[in-house]
Design a protein around this ligand. Structure first.
Ligand code: GDP
Ligand code: ZN
Length: 293
């Protein structure tokens, strides 16, 4: 038995990165029967058959799993934002921060295009809320070694609005990624970012980055299934105040004696983050079709 991580799936063949190199495997038939087909990001045990064909025998329990893109075990979602061209709406960051919290992964905020704009407002807002925040420039290379350090040993995926520099950062970190995505789009013939194709690029020492199709992927698939009464927990800086409201079932909206709104008034929670909470509260709990764009 060899342990490894699935880094690529194409036409029913799984490429598993093991300590001894990459092994192309087929999945055992029973995965299809019980509905747990292997995903990119899965840690698996595999073996080699007599004819040299690799075979996936079992999948280790997952930390999390995303539907679009289909990828498992993300440790860190890197939200790439930008203060200019385009300006990132904090609400986008906040909804992804909720999705990350629900999935049990960390959100790292990467403020790109720092050569054009340091985005002080975003930087302060999210540092104060308790997130790790970095400034980078895919153009000048500023902050890229810090980014590498921050993601060391983790499986990461970039997300963020279009045009902020996700592909540029990926290509700076992994020069061969560019060639590979171009090659794939040529084969599949439907543009650079196809939602079906996910591939992990290795930076060595267990660090992997998923080449994913961007923002929408980590967005609406999960938002509607978040329970209203779980939402406040997903705002990391609200946590110290939870359980201190006058009403045990406080929704932190307009209730008297609410520790969360008092913290907002005292400047301990930012008005911007709190406003996102109230907007997201409306979206939670609803059936999928109502909130899907
Ligand atoms: P994506 O849609 O998030 O993948 O964004 P791209 O990587 O395609 O970048 C969008 C545009 O912004 C391209 O024209 C890039 O050359 C440019 N760009 C990306 N990163 C930076 C940066 O750090 N600084 C500057 N000045 N331009 C950048
Ligand atoms: Zn409250």
């Amino acid at each position: 038995m060899i342990r490894g991580r699935i880094i690529k799936v194409l036409s029913g063949f799984y490429t598993v990165q093991t300590e001894e190199g990459a092994l192309v495997c087929k999945a055992r038939g029973r995965f299809r029967l019980d509905g747990t087909s292997p995903l990119v990001g899965d840690l698996v045990l595999c073996s080699t058959e007599e004819d040299g064909q690799g075979r996936i025998d079992s999948i280790e329990p997952r930390r999390n799993r995303f539907v679009r893109p289909a990828v498992a075990n993300i440790d860190t979602l890197i939200f790439v934002a930008s203060g200019v061209n385009p300006v990132t709406d904090p609400f986008l960051i906040d909804r992804v921060s909720v999705i990350a919290a629900e999935a049990g992964c960390e959100l790292l905020l990467c403020i790109n295009k720092a050569d054009l704009d340091p985005a002080d407002t975003l930087y302060e807002l999210y540092s104060k809320a308790g997130f790790r925040v970095l400034r980078t420039s895919a153009l000048t290379g500023e902050g890229l070694s810090e980014l590498r350090e921050e993601i060391d040993g983790r499986l990461c995926a970039f997300t963020g609005n279009s045009g902020v520099g996700k592909s540029s950062l990926l290509n700076r970190l992994i020069p061969e990624a560019d060639a590979k995505t171009a090659e794939v789009s040529e084969k599949l013939g439907r543009g650079k970012h196809t939602t079906r194709h996910v591939e992990l690029f290795s930076l060595g020492e267990g660090t992997c980055i998923a080449d994913t199709p961007g923002f929408a992927s980590f967005d609406l698939d999960m938002m509607p299934v978040i329970a209203k009464d779980a939402l406040a927990e997903d705002f990391i800086e609200f946590r110290p105040f939870l359980g201190r409201c006058s009403f045990r079932d406080c929704a932190h909206l307009a209730e008297p004696g609410c520790a969360v709104t008092q913290a907002v008034e005292a400047g301990k929670i930012s008005a911007s983050r709190y406003h996102s909470y109230t907007r997201l509260y409306e979206i939670c709990d609803r059936p999928l079709y109502e909130t899907r764009r």
